[in-house]
Design a protein around this ligand. Structure first.
Ligand code: NAI
Length: 462
């Protein structure tokens, strides 16, 4: 048994970042993690491995579609799936070991096992009970299952199983055209699977800017993904490792089936609190099963805090990281804070989709007067040279003050470009501030500047 200032439960991006910041601020810190490796869902079975497969399959796409145009002749490479998976595992290993190194460097103890909280101030791991002045719950989220659909992680898989398939499927059905469905769906489409996406809503990626949704859908279809929107999946039947997916079209209630050798269930995630002892502790929960917290991440039980996917807000690694740092600062007596108005969202397909702030639909609904500055990547020299002219940058600014209210980008490196808008928004910038900032030529970032110019006297290259 040991005694700590802080015990963090869970070593995902929320938990490990929180622990490192706590240690840096002089708090004696331990992290409880039951997985074999640190890093949580994101590093082990989420963000990082999926990015490795997205990168590898994109390289194949480039070889198949663009190499010959640039005078790079010869047969396109074939896929060695075993090697691709081992590359992905190697990437995971490098990242999870990196966190282990950071824990040692910052003198953070890793309490190996699954943690529970028998009472405030106590964390039980196996037979041992450790004392902590403060406890931070960072237990993340788990796959949300669908009624009538049993995930066996072989034929019917979640994002976890989709990262370790034994072979590349011939026919893949993806349930849900959200972030996971389109990222992993596009991986397998590029690797040669026939991918059919079935989505309940009438658009892909519900909640996203509508113009981006329409362009995104078209570009995914161009990559070979077939889209059935407005369709609710009601069941999946598996026989001899073949799946039959049944769905109903919401427009006319007609029932349809489609068969596949792999079904990816990507219909969302739910907060993970199993085994913590939340009930016995009397932790207040929201209706959606999240742990309730105040603005300082304090739960209803004194001394217990919660951050990341297990509390309210978007289930994003970087949101959890920021909350981890904020709660560490609060525990160290500082004023930790997260600005929820400026949290970017990125979908790592090709092209990428990135957004921050308000959508046009949200501004219209709020009755806010705004202007739109838009610029197509077709007008960007660098994008044209790189066969990356699909997509656009859209900046939304207040009609009177010109203050930036949101930005939506679909195009090359959108996930990186969005951050100049995030920084601008943090400083309360006007679109003109971006427009008057010199941007190096030729870069993709010029498209952001041109969109900002489009909020004023107009862009140069369109
Ligand atoms: P999601 O919430 O993004 O998408 C789920 C989709 O499934 C929705 O479009 C929903 O309308 C649809 N759906 C629900 N029930 C259905 C049914 N019965 N039939 C057909 N469609 C149905 O959830 P997703 O993609 O599973 O991701 C889970 C979480 O992980 C999200 O919060 C996401 O933000 C996060 N994530 C973030 C990533 C990133 O930032 N790049 C990457 C992967 C996941």
């Amino acid at each position: 048994m040991a005694s700590y200032d802080v015990i963090v439960i869970g070593s995902g991006p929320g938990g490990y970042v929180c622990a490192i910041r706590c240690a840096q601020l002089g708090l004696k810190t331990a992290v409880v993690e039951g997985r074999e490796t640190l890093g949580g869902t994101c590093l082990n079975v989420g963000c990082i491995p999926s990015k490795a497969l997205l990168h590898a399959s994109h390289q194949l796409h480039e070889a198949e579609h663009n190499f010959a145009k640039m005078g790079l002749k010869g047969k396109a490479p074939s896929v060695d799936w075993t090697q691709m998976l081992s590359y992905k595992d190697d990437v995971i290993g490098q990242n999870t070991k990196g966190i282990e190194f950071l824990f040692k460097k910052n003198k953070i103890d890793w309490l190996k096992g699954w943690g529970s909280i028998p009472a405030a101030g106590q964390v039980q791991v196996g037979d041992e009970v450790h004392q902590a002045k403060s406890i931070v719950i960072a237990t993340g989220s788990d796959v949300a299952t669908l009624p009538g659909v049993d995930i066996d992680e072989e034929t019917v898989v979640s994002s976890t199983g989709a990262l370790t398939l034994k072979k590349i499927p011939n026919e893949m059905v993806v349930i849900g055209a959200g972030v996971i469905g389109l990222e992993l769906g596009s991986v397998y489409a590029r690797l040669g699977s026939n991918v059919s996406v079935i989505e309940f809503a009438d658009t892909v990626t519900p909640g996203q800017d509508a113009e981006v949704q329409r362009t995104f859908k078209k570009l995914m279809e161009k990559q070979g993904l077939s889209m059935t929107l407005g369709a609710a999946v009601s069941g999946v039947e598996v026989k001899n490792k073949k799946a039959k997916v049944t769905y109903k079209l919401r427009s006319d209630d007609s029932e349809h089936t489609v068969s596949a050798d792999t079904v990816l269930v990507a219909t969302g995630r739910k907060p993970f609190v199993d085994g913590l002892g939340a009930d016995a502790l009397g932790l207040a929960m929201t209706k959606r099963g999240q742990i309730e917290t105040d603005a300082h991440y304090a739960t209803s039980v004194p001394g217990i805090y919660a951050i990341g996917d297990v509390i309210e807000g978007p289930m994003l690694a970087h949101k959890a990281e920021d909350e981890g740092m904020a709660v560490a600062e609060i525990l160290a007596g500082q004023a930790g804070h997260v600005n929820y108005d400026v949290i970017p969202g990125v979908i790592y397909t090709h092209p990428e989709v990135a957004s921050v702030g308000q959508t046009e639909e949200q501004l219209t609904e709020a009755g806010r007067e705004y202007k739109v500055g838009k610029f197509s990547f077709m007008g960007n020299g660098r994008a044209k040279a790189n066969f990356a002219g699909d997509g656009f940058v859209k900046i939304l600014a207040d009609k009177t003050t010109d203050r930036i209210l949101g930005a939506h980008i679909i195009g090359p490196a959108a996930g990186d470009l969005i951050h100049e808008v995030c920084v601008a928004m943090e400083f309360g910038a006007a679109a003109e501030d971006l427009a008057r900032t010199c941007h190096a030529h030729p870069t993709y970032s010029e498209a952001v500047r041109e969109a900002a110019l489009a909020c004023g006297d107009g862009p140069i290259h369109s």
